[in-house]
Each structure stands twice: as C-alpha cells, then as structure tokens.
Design a protein around this ligand. Structure first.
Ligand code: ADP
Ligand code: MG
Length: 313
C-alpha cells in the first residue's frame, strides 16, 4: 500500500542554498497492511527525511512514493487533505507539540476544525473518548488537563489517539519511544503492536536496534541515506550480512554476555578523501572488509525476503 520507488532527497544547504546534501539516496521499500516496518539507522542517516516525504511535509527530489497506487507528489488541496485522513505521523518529542498555556486536548480541536466541523458536540466528544479508550486511556483522567499535568507517555498516547480520530491506514511513528522512560516505553510499544493487529500499517523509525527487533515484521537498515540491508526481521537479525548491520548488532549490550566476551568487529576508520568515496559503498571508510573491488553498491538478494548491498561476511 505504501511504496517508495528509488526515492532520493537532496536538501539545499548554506545561506544562499548553494550547497547540496543528499540525505536519502535511491531508497525503495514497501509497507503492507497490518505490518510494522522499522527504519533503523544512526542519527543523520535520513530516517526522518523518509517519514517526512511520506507525510508530504517535504518534497521528493527523485523517484516516487505511491500510496494505494497513487503518486502522492501530485496531491493538492482537497485531495491532500483527504490523504491526511489515511496517513498520519507522530513524532519524537511529545512536549513540543503541545502549547503549555492551553489544555492538552486542544490538539483534538484542531482536527475537529479541519475535518469534522459539521459534527455535533456530543458526537465529537464520544469520538474523542472512544479514540482515547482505544489507546488505553481513561478519558476523564486526561481531558481538561494541561500538558504539565500529564506524563510523556500520556502525551504521546494522546497524539496517537489524535491520529486515530481519522480513518488512518498508515502511521508514521518517528522515534516516538525515545523520549519516554522505560516503564511507559513498553506500554506504547505494545499499543503499536495492538494497532497493527487491528490492521494499521506502521513505519517505525528508530535509532535503537532492540526496539526495531521487538516491534517489526520487516526492517530496513539505513546508512548515510542508503539501504545497507533489509528484510524480514528474523532474517536480518539472525543472519546479518552487511558489515554495518553486524557492527550494530555486536554493539548492542547483551545481558547474557560480559563486555570482554562479545565478538567485536570494531572498525578502524581509514583515511580516505571524501571525493574518492563517490563511487564506493558509503560504509567503505569504516569497513573492516573494505577492498579495492568495493564499487558502488546495489541491493542484492541474499535469500527470500532478505537483501543487502554487501555480500561479504
Ligand atoms: N531541512 C533540512 N535542510 C538541510 N539539511 C537537512 C534538513 N533536514 C535534515 N537535513 C540533513 O539531512 C540528513 C538526514 O537527516 P534526518 O533525516 O533528520 O536524519 P535522522 O532522522 O536519521 O537523524 C542530516 O545530515 C541532516 O542534517
Ligand atoms: Mg530523525
């Protein structure tokens, strides 16, 4: 239902927009109904850029994004508004979405004004309440409160509830767990799994490998804007191929292993001029296995439902 085809995003940078930064390069992936796809990568790898393009918050430089077979870059006015009935996003920092001087449920009023202005007050109230219940909240406990009276987890759930006021099929969840403390993290994760079981497709954006493992059906490992490896979660986690994925996995602390015992593949950074990297794998300068023969990478099939740009082990 959501399909990215060779999507590239170049930002203009610098005071006069003279510089260019390729934040996402040639990314192709699909999301299916009732599945969670995680986009995992370190800070700056282009994860949010992918989410923002799907949400039409920024333009696509090259390639296309199809949602239910429609090219979303063409949507305007009314059709764009309709688009947001089915595709919604929730972002990292719940506190920044709320204005401290207004009650938290004001975020719902904005949706009402945009999409449900004809709805009677009583009916609207019922809709809000049922949406709050569907994210496991007791309406009386959260309505009419100011943001500072609610926890981070509650504010984040409120935003998910807001997204669910619409008939959403697709939820873009950009680092929504990161700011929460450990106890509420599990609640929000389990809520997402519950929503997925009810048929929602979720793009779960995270820098945290273990969160990606916990929640997703399919994972996409992003490195400097390009896909290094992707596939069904078990395939990528139990049979990681790309040296970057392997490095990420060995650097996750494991409870059953002491630090000294862990199999380390820490990479020595090689001194290579940036321009000579142009036709190389983006991981070349950090890679343990880098060789003269490493050219511009292409995604290749490792096994059914598992792809990587690097065949080395
Ligand atoms: N509006 C923008 N203008 C210029 N560069 C940007 C903009 N947004 C993001 N970038 C750059 O694009 C790259 C990818 O950013 P982002 O998608 O936010 O990564 P992530 O979410 O993985 O941390 C980074 O180098 C970032 O600095
Ligand atoms: Mg981000």
């Amino acid at each position: 239902m959501v399909k990215l085809r060779n999507v590239t995003k170049v930002y203009r940078t610098g005071a006069f927009g003279g510089g260019k930064l390729k934040a996402v390069e040639d990314v192709s992936l699909s999301m299916e109904q009732g599945k969670v796809v995680s986009v995992i990568g370190e800070s700056g790898s282009g994860k949010s850029t992918i989410g923002k393009m799907i949400l039409r918050l920024i333009s696509i430089t090259e390639g296309e994004i199809l949602v239910n077979d429609k090219d979303i870059s063409k949507l305007k006015g009314k059709s764009l508004k309709e688009y947001y009935r089915t595709v919604q996003g929730v972002f990292q920092d719940p506190f920044s979405t709320y204005n401290p001087v207004f009650k938290a449920d004001r975020v719902f009023d904005i949706i009402r004004a945009e999409y449900f202005s004809d709805m009677k007050a009583k009916k609207w109230r019922e809709k809000v309440e049922s949406s709050l219940q569907s994210v496991g909240m007791v309406p009386e406990q959260v309505l009419n409160k100011y943001p500072h009276q609610l926890s981070g987890g509650q504010l984040q759930r409120l935003l998910i509830a807001r997204a669910l006021l619409m008939d959403v099929d697709v939820l873009i969840a950009d680092e929504i767990i990161s700011m929460l403390d450990a106890s509420t993290r599990v609640d929000v994760l389990n809520l997402l799994i519950d929503l997925k079981d009810r048929g929602l497709s979720i793009l779960f954006i995270t820098h945290d490998l273990s969160l990606g493992y916990y929640i997703s059906d399919y994972v996409v490992i992003l490195y400097r804007g390009s896909i290094a490896e992707m596939g069904y979660t078990d395939k990528v986690f139990y049979n990681p191929i790309h040296p970057y994925t392997r490095m990420l996995l060995t650097s996750v602390p494991r409870l059953d292993q002491k630090w000294e015992e862990s199999e380390e593949e820490l990479m020595e950074t090689q001194e290579i001029a940036a321009d000579s990297l142009e036709d190389r794998c983006k991981y070349y300068d950090r890679c343990h296995f880098a060789a003269e023969s490493c050219g511009k990478p292409e995604l290749k099939k490792v096994e059914e439902g598992h792809y990587t740009t690097c065949p080395r082990r």
